[in-house]
Write a protein that binds this ligand. Structure first.
Ligand code: ATP
Length: 514
């Protein structure tokens, strides 16, 4: 399936199976704002829990908080967001469409990358088993030429953005002859900066109301609470503070479903360290976070690091973990070495000391910070799009199956009486539901022929179907069918809990991080 079709299928499947709806759909929706439906809310919660367990529960030096969305407005002056949280935008004079200038250039490079992939595929076919991809991409003249072109373009883009040389960003777009992707027009305006924060007001009367912002990242709620947490938790450096929560950005272009939203959720962790140790912690968190991703089994080849050319105003090193989304490799998580920028800024603007006294070295210092920041919605999209598969079965029939990692699946098992009209079967199935629901999300499903029910649960992502039939009444056994292998086994009812647990238990999955 072409990537574009695959992405369309992801969006329609997410709606049809109760995962994601457009916000306020009855009023024709609100651009780049989405609601999570009955299954989506469960999947999202499970991803959040999987992250929280790995980051907070499994680290005795990381604690979690839940800071407010509203913060004192000076926070955003100190953090640099009022002055520098901008994206470069460009308008097309003919189509009147607005774009992010940097994204136009990046998309241009993605097209060159597609050419590299084409060369690799061709060579793979030609050389068969003897093909060595690494060697090919590091020696093939054509591929090297493409790669050099990409590197030169991205380097220049990074440098111009860093210097705020917006005229050069426009010049680059013109030199590359980049056209409006919707209309083909090359009639561009100048590039301008656009602040992404949403403003609002606090207070009842117009003259006393205070200007506020909806937070564009959760991190600042952690920085302003650094000393409170350190003191009350008696935390010793190195230690981390984690939180998950909503963030808001008035994104210029938001056309990729839940990839780029105006209201979204972040899962962030700020790790406070001794100055000078940032390089080793940067490497540690890069490695640890990649292992977390890989533990979910979405395919190691679907991840790669992308080191930043252009560093944000607060960073001395930064990398993205990129994921292979249906529209190509894009940022899923950021890992940033933020130095002491934030704490120093908050010290300056608040007039309060935000330092740590190191009893071992008998000195006070402003800690450095290593940050891991992942979008929960992007993670949802990565998991969901990767799991959605069309299969042709041995008998030639087709099935759509959502192979969600079982630990994240919204419903762990569906309990199906073979025949709806047989009261003994329905009663027994409901008893199994009542028993298992203490430990897992399970559903009872009696409508339609059992084959159709299997297909429905496959498409909804349920790892197990448990069928109660005549034999169940005689000897207390049921069949349990596995979503991915479609294998069916007859087992004793008392064994169900352990069978399901083994497959969905967080411990079993997180152990794969080792
Ligand atoms: P991008 O370059 O894609 O705009 P960013 O570099 O601005 O992202 P960060 O500020 O590093 O993103 O935010 C950390 C994470 O938050 C990102 O890796 C991403 O997963 C998520 N995120 C950021 N913006 C959005 C958004 N508009 N919608 C959904 N998730 C987002």
């Amino acid at each position: 399936m072409a990537n574009e079709d695959k992405f369309k299928k992801v969006i329609s499947h997410a709606k049809e199976y109760g995962y994601v709806f457009q916000s306020s759909e009855i009023y024709d929706g609100l651009s780049a704002v989405y609601d999570y439906a009955q299954n989506g809310a469960e999947l999202k919660k499970n991803i959040r829990d999987y992250w929280w367990k790995a980051m907070v529960q499994m680290h005795d030096n990381i604690v979690g908080i839940d800071a407010a969305i509203f913060m004192h407005p000076t926070t955003w002056k100190a953090s640099g967001h009022i002055d520098a949280f901008n994206d470069p935008l460009i308008d097309n004079k003919d189509s009147k469409k607005r774009y992010r200038a940097d994204v136009l250039v990046e998309d241009y490079c993605a097209k060159i990358e597609a050419k590299i992939n084409k060369e690799v595929k061709k060579a793979e076919k030609r050389f068969g088993d003897a093909f060595n991809k690494e060697e090919f991409v590091s020696t093939n003249g054509r591929v090297l030429g493409y790669q050099e072109k990409i590197d030169t373009i991205l380097k220049r883009l990074g440098q111009s953005l860093e210097k705020e040389d917006l005229a050069d960003v426009k010049a680059l777009i013109e030199e590359l002859e980049i056209a409006d992707p919707m209309t083909g027009s090359r009639n561009w305006t100048d590039v301008k900066q656009f602040n992404l924060m949403f403003g609002t007001k606090l207070g009842a009367s117009a003259d006393t109301a205070m200007d506020l912002y909806l937070r564009p990242e959760t991190a600042q709620g952690i920085f302003v609470n650094f000393l409170n947490v350190q003191k009350t938790g008696r935390m010793k450096i190195p230690f981390g503070i984690a939180q998950t929560g909503k963030a808001f950005r008035n994104e210029i272009v938001a056309r990729q479903f839940i990839f780029r939203m105006r209201e979204f959720e972040q899962m962030e962790m700020q790790f406070f360290i001794k100055p000078g140790t940032q390089k080793e912690w940067f490497d540690y968190w890069k490695d640890t976070r990649l292992k977390w991703h890989k533990s979910l089994g979405l395919g190691d080849e679907n991840y790669r690091f992308h080191d930043h050319e252009k560093l944000a105003h607060y960073a001395d090193a930064a990398t993205d973990i990129e994921f292979n989304f249906p529209f190509g490799f894009k940022e899923l998580e950021g890992i940033h070495s933020r130095t002491d920028f934030d704490l120093k800024q908050h010290e300056e603007y608040s007039g309060k000391k935000l330092q740590y006294f190191d009893h071992e070295d008998n000195e006070s210092y402003t800690p450095y910070v290593l940050e891991t920041s992942i979008g929960l919605d992007r993670m949802f999209l990565a998991v969901f799009s990767n799991s959605l598969q069309d299969e042709t079965l041995e008998d030639g029939s087709e099935r759509t199956v959502l192979k969600l990692p079982a630990v994240l699946a919204p419903t762990k098992a569906a309990i199906l009486p073979l025949v709806r009209k047989d009261e003994a079967l329905t009663t027994m199935a409901k008893t199994i539901v009542d028993d298992l629901k203490w430990d897992f999300n399970v559903v009872y499903d009696e409508k339609d022929a059992v084959g159709r029910r299997y297909r429905r649960q496959d498409a909804a992502g349920t790892p197990f179907c448990i069928t109660v039939d005549g034999e169940s009444i005689e000897n207390n056994t049921v069949t349990i069918r596995h979503r991915d292998t479609m294998e069916q086994k007859r087992v004793r009812i008392e064994a169900l809990r352990d069978i399901i647990k083994k497959e969905v238990d967080v411990k079993e999955w997180l152990m794969l991080m080792k």
